[in-house]
Design a protein around this ligand. Structure first.
Ligand code: AMP
Length: 589
């Protein structure tokens, strides 16, 4: 028997199909990335392809120039609308500021700020200048900042005065490559020593800037992602990625120029850059930027009062909204809202159904990762949603499920429902081009023309992909990918700590919480005050987004014969699973 929810899933699908997108299979059959490149303008005079030109400058003239590119909703109820024309001018000013400072093309420009307009201006201006842009999450503590800025050789940092005072000033002498700090003055203090006033520099700079010739392969974005071992990896993306940003926003988010679009991801993470800045601006839509942190009531307000039409969010946020019940959502009206999508962690079927109860629309899950640069698998507007599935590969994307062979090769799993590693045939424009300074590690991601994603999946006969878990020890907490090694390294700095193992402990709301197991050095006593001290120590070093929420002190930790701490065994014990069988761990998420 059909439930009302299923009715809505079907109804919404057929309405959307009629109004919105071409049929999925027709799209896939007729599609080539060459065709998608033709949807963009390219730089005037055939000078190449630059992300910022496609995102801003090409919309800046004529009537489109007056359209709001970015509506900023400030924390204290302030609001600022920036038109495409103004965004083009501001980002050109920023590019000129970089030029005045003598920053060469290719230099690393890092950003550490909340969601403020200057962040968006700086990202786009740096891309115009063909600098390499790295946004950092503003909730990072000093250690993740130092690690990433050192690896990425950040020469310029854009931040706020308050973040500078709290997070950068104490570590500035450790940031060897850093030459210029541009700050937005968000507190009443003096301009911090040895920094520039960003807004004053923008005001004084010319708003005329000619984007230099930009080759498709010119580096554009450096996004750090965590590894299970070793330091975070800098995934490097090039200007050609914009072809995928634009096409996938059309395919998977159904984004159109008339849309009021809200991506709730912070630009400190890849989703917040690819789909929180670049893709929607390339489409010519209006971007809603909300500075405040998550609050369910406030989010309903934004959706209603801004007339959001397309909303791209994340499972943790949806589950937090679900806790308040769908009545709260239903007490508002969202006549403009027509498409909701989610990414970053498994979206449970209940959440898809809750979308229907709360908003009259199902939530469309999609899948991608830092390395892929753009959405690869999605529940399309034009297709039946399979609640719990990540969806089907996008046009231009060939996905496969692989089994690893003892000789190091791979073969495709042909039986439906059988688990294997999700892999993608190389060759889409937003694929990362290397891990910065770690080419061998990059090359290990590829076998026989496949890019190996590190995710375990199953595929059903209709080619929908179902997430099973990670093939490695990576932790997904509130949508953030956290490498256990980075957390372990920070805790090892504490004088009492002899050994550490860090795992993701399943959590019904945020997916996983970071949990550390610690063994102490001789002479230290395990008690509550030491446990608290370790929690505080990790939080100060790593910041709240990465630090462990739980620490267990144990007399010793399990190790392999070669001496490696057995995270999987720690996890099995935590979950009460048989110790010999850690293979079921992934499906226990
Ligand atoms: P990141 O590189 O930080 O964006 O994290 C990418 C990882 O997040 C993927 O490799 C998956 O493990 C996970 N992920 C992303 N989207 C989904 C999804 N729709 N369902 C399940 N896991 C996801």
């Amino acid at each position: 028997m059909r439930t009302p929810v299923m009715e809505v899933l079907r109804k919404s699908r057929s309405e959307v199909r009629a109004a919105v997108m071409d049929d999925y299979s027709r799209r896939c059959a007729g599609f080539s990335w060459g065709e998608a490149r033709g949807w963009l303008d390219g730089l005037p005079g055939g000078a190449g392809l630059n992300i910022a030109h496609e995102a801003v400058d090409r919309h800046a003239t004529g009537t489109q120039g007056e359209r709001t590119a970015l509506r900023w909703l400030g924390k204290q109820g302030r609001q600022r609308d920036i038109s495409y024309r103004e965004l083009a001018s501001l980002s050109s000013r920023f590019a000129n500021v970089l030029g005045e400072l003598g920053v060469p093309p290719g230099a690393g420009v890092f950003l550490l700020a909340g969601r403020i307009p200057e962040l968006y201006v700086a990202v786009l201006g740096a891309l115009k200048h063909t600098a390499v842009v790295t946004p950092l999450f503003s909730a990072f503590g000093p250690e993740p900042i130092v690690t990433r800025m050192t690896l990425g050789e950040g020469r310029v940092l854009v931040t706020t005065a308050s973040l500078y005072r709290r997070k950068i000033a104490p570590i500035r002498d450790r940031l060897g490559a850093l030459e210029h700090v541009l700050v937005v003055r968000d507190d009443d203090g003096e301009l911090p020593e040895d920094t520039h006033d960003l807004v004053a520099r923008l005001d004084a700079a010319s708003d005329v800037y000619t984007i230099p010739a930009t080759d498709d392969e010119t580096p554009a974005l450096l996004h750090f992602t965590s590894g299970t071992t070793g330091k975070p990896k800098g995934a490097l993306h090039v200007h050609q990625a914009v072809v995928a940003h634009y096409a996938t926003a059309r395919f998977a988010l159904d984004l159109r120029p008339e849309d009021i679009y809200w991506c709730t991801a912070d630009p400190g993470w890849v989703t917040g850059t690819s789909y929180g800045i670049i893709a929607p601006l390339c489409i010519g839509a209006t971007l809603v930027v909300d500075e405040a942190e998550f609050d369910a009531e406030h989010w309903y307000d934004v959706l209603e009062s801004e007339g959001v039409t397309v909303w791209y969010t994340a499972p943790t946020a949806i589950r937090m909204m679900m806790r308040g019940g769908s009545e709260r959502a239903r007490s508002r009206r969202y006549p403009a809202l027509r498409f909701i999508a989610s990414v970053g962690e498994p979206l449970n079927p209940q959440a898809v159904h809750w979308g229907v109860e709360a908003f009259g629309l199902p939530i469309h899950d999609n899948w991608w990762q830092t390395e892929t640069g753009g959405i690869m698998i999605a529940n399309f507007a034009s297709l039946d949603i399979r609640p719990g599935a990540m969806g089907k590969p996008l046009p231009g994307i060939q996905a496969g499920v692989l089994r690893h062979l003892p000789d190091g090769g791979v073969e495709e799993v042909t039986r439906y429902g059988e688990e294997g590693e999700l892999a993608l045939r190389v060759g889409w424009p937003s694929m990362f081009r290397t891990y910065l300074n770690e080419d061998a590690r990059y090359r290990r991601c590829f076998v026989d023309g496949w890019y190996l994603t590190g995710d375990l999946v199953r595929r059903d006969p209709e080619d929908y992909y179902w997430f099973v878990g990670r093939a490695d020890d990576m932790i997904k907490s509130a949508g953030h990918l956290i490498g256990p090694f980075e957390v372990e390294s920070a805790l090892m700095e504490h004088p009492a700590v002899a050994e550490v193992g860090v795992i993701g402990k399943p959590d019904p709301v945020i997916g996983e919480i970071v949990k550390a197991f610690v063994a102490l050095k001789p002479g230290f006593v395990s008690d509550e005050s030491l446990r608290r001290e370790l929690l505080g120590f990790a939080r100060r070093r790593l910041g709240p987004a990465v630090a462990p929420k739980e620490i267990d002190i144990q007399s010793s930790l399990p190790r392999t014969r070669s001496g490696k701490i057995m995270r999987r065994l720690l996890k099995a014990r935590e979950l009460g699973l048989p110790e010999g069988d850690t293979s079921t761990l992934e499906s226990a998420r």
